[in-house]
Ligand binder design. Structure first.
Ligand code: IVH
Length: 661
């Protein structure tokens, strides 16, 4: 093929694929088989690979997700993204209509009524008919650039059908269809991942994935409902905006109706409330919009909501069912939450079988017992609330619930405070492992530079780190297989993990994540025990005898060390080369003040400070008369010169190490 004919062929394939994709995803009326579609797609892909100079951001092949990003950049919206004032009753809806009519001085107003989609609002920007940028709502003024993820959504045209529009900015809602949501949650549960609470969270989670390939596999749909800026065609009403959007190839919600009056809008509300369960996406009300756009300008905007629209909400959905059992769930921070296992019941198109009971207080207040008949309510979330118990229906066989004495996940003793219960297992409990790893690596604990919460999330989700000791088993090769990791960044992280192996006892104790043992108590404990083994063997009475250690902290520490698991994990960490500095040398640097300048090859600033403080010394951030030693590392700053002038003793890193020994 000549280069001109290749170009033509590619363009033709792109046109055909977009056409069939539109028929399939937007019109729900496919004309060719899935395999024929795949064939066209493969043909285009192989041509684009062969002729990379003909690649184009608006090609349908770009929908499969490009390269992962480090983070999202910020985008300023074309105008503030507003929210909606909510009305809950017919009376309120009539009041909204009256206020609008009075301001405008008219007797009658017509409206466009739309479902209030429960998703995530986005702004899309097209230049010369091509999709160039898409953003989340953010704070309403500035959002996050999620263009690559939006590109993977089939109902978002990459090229406008009406190409006369040079410039177009639109807004709409990205939702996850209920069937896609249920499939995704099933998959997550199977893979031992956290399930999403509702389709909105699932859609939001998918759009905020740094790897567009993940978003591409999540089955998202975008309904567009607002034209913000457009060059060319003049639009006078919301109805015309929707026409324009449809002509451009956007997906417009099929339930949108024109209403001649507020009465008709109220009827639409009742109709949709009854029919909402037949829809394959979640809605939580309707949006009533004044149709005439010129009136929008007259009515104006309150601080964050326009006066020309109102969200008329639906009642949350309620059903009756039976509490089959009450079990305990351990949250990511170690909190024990009682959960009712319900006889499965369909509430608004979603089968629910669990309800959170929050805490013991809630159970006692509502007097919820096992085998009770209860009314449950679902307001958006798949996990509903138990709103009341049908006490009349009791037979006498109902059982009261009691919190277990041991964590159902790791078997550690449960700590009880007021109405709350916590697992005392710290880093031993698998239920809170992800959070424990984050805590262990954090600045005030092991201070592993570069092992951020986001990185831990990624490593955990990929199964690279399952528990704290796995941090020290990470290999550079493992990191290089992950998206976005290169030789340099991987080596840097491996180095800082190695650096963190040398730590202080107080940091290590703090890193164990024991309830009631914050930074200060970790220091107190470190000051009273020679090493971690001595602390491990301490009896509760001995711990309580230490000034500042109260009964709760003493219980927490002795509970943690009571089983064999803690010993095992400490041994495993020591085997990985962890050196926990013996602080028996405490008091060695008492009354001495240190100041640091330049880089110290074997210490992070935090570690150097901790080493000094563990020995009773102090660290200053400025050069004052109090400073006894200036520790000068590589490339020292201006402090070096000043210290010399003032005659302050200057020492090297090696001399500093000797002082610590
Ligand atoms: S119009 C000035 N139409 O509701 C209002 N919003 O509470 C511009 N929403 O942030 C929005 N369905 O995310 C509009 N048919 C619809 C909507 C809708 C859902 C969301 C949107 C907005 C929020 C406001």
């Amino acid at each position: 093929m000549t280069s001109e004919s290749v170009k033509k062929k590619i363009e033709e394939l792109r046109r055909q694929i977009e056409h069939h994709s539109r028929l399939y995803y937007i019109k729900d009326r496919p004309e060719i088989s899935d395999s024929r579609y795949d064939e066209l797609f493969r043909e285009l892909k192989s041509l684009e690979e062969k002729y990379p100079e003909l690649k184009d951001a608006s090609s349908p092949t770009m929908r499969v997700g490009g390269v992962p990003r480090e983070g999202f950049s910020k985008v300023k919206h074309a105008g503030r993204m507003l929210s909606l004032q909510a009305v809950h009753t017919k009376k309120d809806a009539l009041g909204f209509d009256k206020r609008c009519r009075e301001t405008l001085g008219v007797d009658k107003l017509d409206y466009i009524c739309e479902p209030k989609l429960d998703g995530l609002s986005v702004e899309l920007r097209y230049e010369k008919g091509v999709f160039i940028q898409g953003a989340t709502r953010g704070d309403g003024i500035i959002g996050e650039d999620i263009t690559e993820n939006l590109r993977t959504i089939r109902s978002i045209p990459l090229k406008l059908r009406d190409t006369n529009l040079n410039h177009l900015v639109v807004r709409g809602e990205v939702v996850m269809l209920l069937k896609d949501f249920q499939e995704l949650n099933k998959k997550h549960i199977k893979e031992n991942k956290q399930a999403f609470a509702n389709p909105r969270n699932a859609a939001a989670g998918s759009l905020r994935q740094l790897d567009p390939k993940i978003a591409a596999g999540r089955g998202l749909t975008a309904f567009i409902y607002e034209v913000i800026e457009s060059s060319g065609r003049k639009i006078k009403t919301q109805e015309e905006s929707l026409e324009l959007l449809k002509d451009c190839g956007f997906m417009i919600n099929a339930e949108i109706r024109h209403s001649d009056s507020i009465k008709e809008a109220i009827k639409y509300h009742s109709g949709l409330e009854r029919g909402r369960d037949k829809l394959d996406y979640e809605i939580d009300g309707i949006v009533i919009k004044v149709n005439n756009l010129a009136y929008h300008d007259v009515l104006g905007v309150r601080s964050t909501t326009p006066r020309w629209a109102a969200a008329f909400k639906f009642e949350p959905r309620k059903e009756t069912t039976i509490v089959e059992d009450i079990v305990v769930q351990v949250g990511r921070t170690g909190t024990l939450t009682p959960v009712a296992l319900l006889r499965p019941v369909e509430v608004g198109g979603v089968t629910v079988s669990r309800a959170t009971l929050h805490n013991m207080d809630e159970i006692e207040r509502k007097d919820i017992r096992i085998k009770d008949k209860v009314k449950v309510q679902r307001a958006g979330d798949v996990i509903p609330q138990v709103i009341s118990v049908d006490k009349e229906a009791r037979t006498g066989n109902e059982e009261k619930f009691h919190m277990p004495g041991r964590c159902p996940v790791c078997g550690s003793p449960v700590i009880h405070e007021d109405v709350y219960y916590f697992c005392g297992g710290g880093i031993l409990c698998p239920a809170r492992m992800k959070e424990s790893i984050k805590h262990f690596a954090s600045k005030n604990a092991m201070d592993i530079e570069g092992l951020s919460n986001k990185t831990i999330e990624l490593f955990f989700d990929r199964g690279l780190i399952k528990a704290v000791p796995d941090i020290y088993k990470l290999k550079k090769e493992d990191l290089l297989e992950l998206p976005g990791w290169q030789e340099k960044s991987a080596q840097k992280l491996i180095d800082s993990i190695a650096k963190s192996k040398s730590t202080t006892l107080s940091r290590f104790i703090f890193g164990l994540g024991l309830r009631h043992v914050g930074r200060h108590l970790a220091e107190v404990l470190a000051a009273n025990f020679k090493d971690i083994d001595e602390l491990r063997k301490a009896k509760r009475g001995e711990l309580e005898g230490i000034k500042e250690i109260g009964p709760k902290a003493a219980e927490s520490v002795s509970d943690f060390f009571s089983g064999g698991k803690s010993l095992k994990i400490i041994e495993e960490l020591k085997k990985s080369g962890l050196k926990i500095h013996n602080e028996a040398v405490r008091g060695k640097l008492k009354n001495l003040t240190f100041l640091f300048t330049g880089t110290l090859p074997s210490f992070s600033r935090n570690l150097a400070q901790a080493e000094v403080e563990a020995r009773g010394g102090q660290v200053s951030s400025t050069l004052s008369g109090k400073v006894d030693y200036l520790v000068a590392g590589e490339l020292p700053g201006s402090k070096f010169k000043k210290a010399k002038e003032k005659g302050v003793k200057i020492i090297s890193e090696d001399e500093f190490k000797k002082l610590l020994k």
